[in-house]
Ligand binder design. Structure first.
Ligand code: ATP
Length: 571
């Protein structure tokens, strides 16, 4: 019963918002339960009065009462089902939204830990199981309990002695049923985790389909998927094997009860202690009792399954971000950014091992170093996607953590090698994230980004639709749209993370010209492998082994920084 308590307590707060619907549903449950018990009770009068006593006056009354009782049951069932379904669907809508709302608040490190597929599975599968709990399990459970109580009342009323013998078998059923419930809960936990694995595998396959085809890796992926799929199948079969045991077990025990009833009840009818009508009313109620009790045990097992999903969902809902902003607005005049002995690792391996440098307004800082040397990590810390483990990052003279997160990120424009283009108009792509699209600002940003020429010539101009991933643009054009987006909010800090590495020299030149033009009043970071991308950098930060091994202008570095000389040489 513990799981039912947990589920009830989890949803209690939310169910409060549905009191009118809930009251109507409960009324429906009571009507249905009374209807069910009433129909069993009526058997006695129908048999004893009409068929045995041949009471003609009741012949024309009882059938109407029978119809009325069944109508009560039907109306009650309808009300209960409709209103509980309403509550279930509405709660699912709220939970899905709350879950996504909370997930979007969480730190990037959280998303590194959980795979996309698993998150999707939790947002769809698990939530749907919750709907099941709310719209069918809780109400069904309640209804079946009320029905069972009403039927029990009929059974005991008709013959307390027979009821005693018929019902002693039920306690005997409880122990094996509770053992089965435990097993079902275990399998259900495992199977839900497996769904997460499968969704992850699928999402990985579909996002990387080009690579899979290019590498002829379809069979390998199929093999991988096959093993998840088979494991899922085995878990489900194990769960089925256990849960299908519940019915036969109940039926066999039920048969023992019925056998006892026939022996004792039959002898009572023969001796005249019980009327035929009473006996049949008793047995009908007893047979009917079998359904709610079977349903209760079935629902109890299903609840184990739902409990696992509920716990998983609440676990996500209760996660909170570690990276929280302060109260400072980003300064209107950006003077400097300083890293003072910054240390950081994504896990126990330290990536930045005491990085210090200072960048001033109007400067273009090139960041170079070996692959995996920590260049993008510096940017991740500047964006506050992660927080440094040690050391300080200062903007003007304030700690980065003192700034409001939104204000900080609004003042950092970032262009990466990977381009995010949404299936929307050019204007919506450029003003992405803004509450409203300011067309003049869009055009201005496009002009500064050197993109206006080609946008102007497109059909629809800024209202032209872009395909997903920007398939209807060239690489350089896509990159310039991305720059316009980074510029739209007129940020004080701009970051180009390998933004030009996939472009030809002409497109790269256009972009380096843009960078040169917008440097005033800003600090610009350019991460690049190619020297040509940082030809206009005022200073270059050379990273090696997680440390700064050089920070100066190009000429000075070529003179006295071996690591930089080596990098230039490779190129
Ligand atoms: N999200 C992450 N979780 C764990 N480790 C990470 C994560 N991102 C990067 N790393 C590790 O941190 C180190 C530095 O990565 P970073 O991306 O900063 O290097 P980089 O200098 O930008 O490399 P590249 O030039 O290849 O882009 C690498 O060893 C990388 O494996």
């Amino acid at each position: 019963m513990n799981s039912i308590k947990i589920i009830f307590s989890r949803f209690k707060g939310y169910l409060k918002d549905y009191i009118p619907q809930f009251c109507i549903a409960v009324l429906g449950m009571i009507m249905a339960a009374i209807g069910t018990a009433g129909s069993a009770y009526l058997i006695k009068d129908v048999l004893d009065e009409i068929f045995i006593s041949k009471n003609e006056s009741l012949l024309y009354i009882l059938p109407y009462i029978v119809v009325a009782v069944f109508f009560l049951k039907a109306l009650g069932t309808y009300l209960q089902q409709y209103f509980t379904a309403y509550i279930g669907h509405d709660m699912v809508r709220r939970f899905r939204f709350m879950l996504l709302e909370n997930l979007l608040r969480l730190d990037l490190s959280f998303f590194n830990r959980l795979r996309t597929g698993e998150l999707i599975s939790r947002n769809t599968n698990d939530i749907d199981r919750i709907r099941n709990v709310v719209s069918s399990m809780i109400p069904d459970f309640t209804r079946e309990v009320i029905t069972a109580i009403c039927l029990l009342a009929v059974v005991i009323y008709q013959s307390p002695k027979l009821a005693f013998f018929a019902l002693v078998v039920f306690p005997a059923a409880i122990y094996p049923l509770s053992l089965l419930a435990k097993k079902i809960k275990k399998y259900s936990h495992q199977s839900q985790a497996k769904i997460g694995d499968m969704t992850s595998a699928l999402s990985e396959i579909f996002t990387n389909i080009e690579i899979i085809k290019a590498n002829n890796a379809a069979n390998k992926e199929l093999e991988r998927f096959k093993s998840h799929n088979e494991r899922f199948f085995h878990l489900n079969i194990k769960a089925e094997r256990t849960s299908t045991l519940v019915n036969p077990l109940m039926e066999t025990l039920g048969a023992v009860g019925i056998a006892i009833v026939i022996i004792i009840g039959g002898s009572e009818v023969i001796s005249g202690a019980l009327s035929v009508g009473e006996f049949f009313s008793f047995t009908t109620a007893l047979f009917m009792l079998y359904t709610p009790i079977k349903r209760i045990s079935y629902l109890y097992n299903k609840m184990q399954d739902a409990l696992a999903a509920t716990e998983r969902t609440f676990e996500l809902l209760n996660q909170s971000p570690n990276i929280i902003g302060g109260n400072l607005e980003f300064p209107k005049n950006l003077l400097s950014i300083s890293f003072n002995d910054v240390r950081f690792g994504y896990d126990e391996n330290e990536v930045l091992k005491g990085v210090s440098f200072k960048a001033n307004s109007d400067e273009i800082i090139g960041i170079v170093g070996t692959s995996g040397g920590g260049k993008s990590t510096i940017i991740n810390l500047l964006m506050r996607f992660y927080d440094a483990n040690n050391g300080q990052i200062l903007i003007n003279q304030s700690e980065i953590s003192d700034f409001e997160l939104q204000s900080l990120r609004q003042n950092i424009g970032i262009v990466t090698q990977r381009i995010y283009i949404f299936n929307d108009t050019i204007a919506a792509n450029v003003a992405y994230g803004a509450k409203e699209i300011d067309e003049n600002r869009v055009i201005n940003a496009l002009k500064v980004a050197n993109a206006w020429d080609f946008v102007e010539n497109m059909e629809g101009g800024v209202h032209a639709m872009l395909d997903e991933f920007g398939a209807n643009l060239s690489g350089g054009q896509r990159q310039r749209i991305a720059i316009a987006r980074a510029l739209y909010n007129e940020p004080r800090i701009l970051i180009f993370d390998e933004a030009t590495s996939a472009l030809d020299f002409e497109s790269e030149r256009i972009i380096t010209d843009v960078i040169e033009r917008i440097r005033s009043g800003r600090i610009i970071f350019v991460i690049a492998h190619r020297q040509s991308s940082i030809k206009n950098a005022t200073k270059i930060l050379v990273l090696g082994g997680g440390k700064v091994v050089g920070f100066d202008n190009k000429e000075a570095l070529l003179q006295n920084c071996d690591a930089f000389k080596k990098l230039s040489h490779i190129e």
